[in-house]
Design a protein. Structure first.
Length: 116
């Protein structure tokens, strides 16, 4: 059974940094892509950043230059380094992994709160 374990959320002041991690396990299939999404109260879930097995990355315009996604293929882990955080970054952040069998899995989410 596939498991995604997220860590690293919390409370941070504006301008601060946090690092999110997501470790995937439980399947023989190879990973096609790994990414982070977020959902703020009253809003739709949106893409934050994604990285593919081919090495390409994509970021939401709102986080470009502030967030960096990275992948550890050996550990099936994806990280999201978030710098210069703003109050509008406050949301529940979800890890998503897409395997080569075409199935997507989601983590349970980790809360990031940016507030003074």
């Amino acid at each position: 059974q596939v498991q995604l374990v997220e860590s690293g959320g919390g409370l941070v002041q504006p301008g601060g940094s946090l690092r999110l991690s997501c470790a995937a396990s439980g399947t023989i299939f190879s990973i096609n892509s790994m990414g982070w999404y977020r959902q703020a109260p009253g809003k739709e879930r949106e893409l934050v950043a994604v990285t593919t097995s081919g090495g390409s990355t994509n970021y939401a315009d709102s986080v470009k230059g502030r967030f960096t996604i990275s992948e550890d293929n050996a550990k099936n882990t994806v990280n999201l380094q978030m710098n210069s955080l703003k109050p509008e970054d406050t949301a529940v952040y979800y890890c998503k992994v897409r395997y080569n069998n075409g199935i997507n899995y989601w983590g349970k989410g980790t809360l990031v709160t940016v507030s003074s």
